[in-house]
Design a binder for this molecule. Structure first.
Ligand SMILES: [Zn+2]
Length: 304
């Protein structure tokens, strides 16, 4: 994918906590945040992660930084325009986040409502959120409690080394757009309605597939989302880019993870995010139609 050189980036949509206490050796923080019990926090993570990633415990006091602070001074210096996004991977993520939120701002406005912007937090090792403390093991996630997205960018390397994905900027864009899909679901009240539980037709799976579809909807519009300059931030997306996003979608499917990174056996009753095929299908549905109304996974009788 390519960015238009002369379009300004808005680094205020990213909170860079990488330079702070996150991941510091020896730091110990009690489970905190939001007055939620552990069950509530685990539920949030199950609902809002990118995939049902294999891990020890999703909630941990290990490696979680104390006194985490946001410092955007480096980002705001490095990431000024689309030109920087073309040469610097941090800036590319800023541009992608700007584009995703630009699209949803317009889409909400068209339907007579207001999109509330959500920041993405870059962290290393561990992070404290309104949903509790989390280590990088959980993968990227959205916390409905504070309506913020959290990502340790090391995950993108892991996608290649551990999941065997091809990777690439647009594959990363799919991951981020999926998390913003959860934010849209929270704003629309969809997330509140889901019932607990796992399984191939569970609400959890339907919610995740809808987030994939919303990611595809943004991708459909990505090269035409207007900015204040009049020019879109994203200049082009190639077929190879789309293939790389689909490749990631396939590698974070429940069946792929169970087979290749878990027990080796596929157990549909434990599905929380949908199969590889389903995740590809719903991302594609959003990408091909560009219409959020086509992402009604809750009414779909056949999820694919
Ligand atoms: Zn998700």
């Amino acid at each position: 994918m390519e960015f238009n050189d002369d379009v300004a980036l808005d680094t205020s949509q990213v909170q860079d906590m990488r330079g702070s206490g996150g991941g510091g050796v020896g730091s110990r923080v009690a489970l905190g945040g939001g007055g939620l019990g552990i069950v509530g926090m685990i539920l949030y993570f199950v609902l809002s992660q990118l995939g049902g990633l294999p891990q020890g415990s999703p909630i941990s006091t290990r490696d979680v930084g104390q006194g985490q602070t946001v410092s955007n001074s480096d980002l705001s210096k490095e990431c000024r325009t689309g030109k920087d996004a073309n040469t610097n991977s941090d800036c590319a993520l800023v541009a992608i986040i700007n584009s995703i939120q630009g699209y949803w701002t317009d889409a909400f406005a068209r339907s007579g409502s207001t999109y509330q912007a959500a920041p993405t937090n870059f962290f290393t090792g561990g992070v404290n959120t309104a949903c509790g403390s989390a280590t990088s093991d959980v993968g990227p996630f959205y916390c409905p409690g504070d309506q913020e997205i959290y990502i340790d960018l090391a995950f993108f390397k892991e996608l290649q080394t551990r999941f065997g994905a091809q990777g690439g900027t647009f594959a990363e864009a799919y991951v981020i757009a999926h998390e913003y899909g959860h934010h849209v679901q929270t704003l629309l009240g969809t997330s509140d309605k889901v019932k607990r539980g796992t399984g191939p037709t569970s609400d959890a799976v339907r919610l995740e597939l809808q987030a994939d579809c919303y990611a595809g909807v943004w991708a459909n519009h990505a090269t035409s989302v207007p900015t204040s300059s009049g020019k879109p931030l994203i200049k082009s997306i190639s077929q190879d880019d789309v293939n790389r996003a689909l490749d990631v979608a396939a590698r974070i499917g429940d069946d792929f993870i169970q087979e290749n990174l878990g027990s080796g056996q596929v157990d549909e009753s434990q599905f929380s995010h949908g199969s590889s095929k389903q995740r590809e299908r719903w991302f594609t549905a959003g990408l091909n139609t560009g219409d959020p109304a086509q992402c009604d996974t809750f009414s779909a009788r056949d999820l694919g």
